[in-house]
Design a binder for this molecule. Structure first.
Ligand code: PEP
Ligand code: MN
Length: 361
């Protein structure tokens, strides 16, 4: 990912060490819980609190947040602990209340950023606002939808911006609660290189065990910040209990992360350059080989046409895939990876054969 020299410079929050850390409970539950969690976080070096007070929940009849009363608790955190405070908004009414309460930042959740009407309503209500606005990726893996959500906020004249990568819903079972699909965040960054990218390892992981791995990966991909759920008593949390750490445990986790140099030295540049040249060489070779393979696929298409055979021969395709997976194992390539690559190659072959079958001789 591209590297922003001073990602949060225009937020006007002074010198923010990289990565910026935002932490706090999934939900504000009581004044005591907020004050205790915030004080413990502060004692562990965290200066920016997150806490949801309006909670968009997947199923009805679960805790949907304490609502407006929580804003007063966040004000107490600002006044008594000198921390910055942030919460999630999902409509214009929320925005109005957050602005009236003078919170320091607001974020838009994944269910809301997937909805252009809701995004436009929020954007319209933000005209003239000067606090940082942060947009989570939509629940579905659609980079354009995410970019569109950010463009609506930019269209309202907001310049203090950020985005949060919190992973994507998937029907398929995975070890993550929301599959990270890192390449989508990288693609977002390629297309909007000047917006700070924050990772939300909590909602990607869904459990505390994966938090370190996901956070480290984000740092290795040059993310500018992390937003992590932390609760003074995770086992008793009213929402997302399994993924929250106590402030002390969060501190231990953060301390164990390795912050690698963003910048390379001249000597490192040279060896990196050499390795990249080798990669480029292999990429050229890959394209040449795949191109040759497609030419053969076209010849097969011609044969099938001349002999009136259908394009798809399921047993042959099964053989190819199974053999590829076995060969992949010998090269230390995962089954998932080989399957995805071969399904894409097979689809392209089918497309080419379809053109041959339906084309004129
Ligand atoms: C949250 O931050 O607690 C939350 C609801 O997250 P998301 O919008 O990413 O699901
Ligand atoms: Mn949560």
């Amino acid at each position: 990912m591209t590297v922003l020299e001073q990602p949060f410079m225009n937020w006007g929050w002074g010198d923010i060490a990289r990565p910026m850390i935002i932490a706090g409970p999934c939900s504000a539950e009581s004044e005591e819980q907020i004050m205790q969690t915030a004080a413990d976080l502060k004692a562990n070096g965290i200066g920016i609190l997150r806490a949801g007070i309006w909670k968009p929940r997947t199923r009805p009849n679960s805790f949907e947040g304490v609502g407006t009363i929580g804003l007063g608790w966040l004000n107490r955190v600002q006044q008594e602990l000198g921390m910055k405070v942030s919460t999630e908004v999902a409509n214009a009414k929320h925005v109005e209340e957050v602005l009236k309460a003078g919170l320091d930042m607001l974020w838009i959740g994944a269910r809301t950023s997937a909805n252009p009407f809701a995004m436009q309503e929020i954007a319209d209500s933000l005209k003239g606002v000067d606090i940082p606005i942060v947009v989570k990726n939509p629940v579905n893996p659609d980079v354009d939808l995410w970019i569109g959500a950010v463009e609506r906020i930019m269209g309202a004249g907001i310049t203090k911006l950020g985005v949060i990568h919190r992973g994507f819903s998937s029907f398929e079972k995975s070890r993550f609660r929301n599959v990270p699909q890192w390449q989508l965040a990288i693609e977002f960054r390629r297309r909007m290189p000047n917006i700070p990218m924050i990772c939300d390892p909590s909602h990607i992981s869904g459990c505390t065990e994966l938090l370190h791995e996901v956070s480290q990966k984000a740092l290795d991909l040059n993310y500018d910040g992390l937003i992590i759920e932390s609760h003074c008593n995770p086992a008793k949390a009213w929402s997302d209990a399994k993924q929250q750490l106590t402030p002390a445990d969060l501190n231990v986790m953060l301390k164990s992360l390795v912050l690698r140099d963003v910048k390379t030295t001249a000597a490192q540049d040279t060896s990196l350059e050499e390795l990249r040249l080798q990669i480029d060489k292999y990429d050229d070779e890959l394209f040449r080989v795949i191109g040759e393979r497609m030419k053969i696929a076209e010849q097969i298409g011609k044969y099938k046409k001349d002999n009136n055979i259908t394009i798809l021969q399921s047993s042959r395709w099964n053989d190819i895939l199974n053999t590829a997976i076995e060969k992949g194992k010998l090269q230390n390539l995962s089954e998932d990876f080989v399957s995805v690559i071969f399904m894409a190659i097979h689809q392209e072959s089918i497309n080419k054969q379809t053109v041959v079958m339906n084309g004129k001789d």
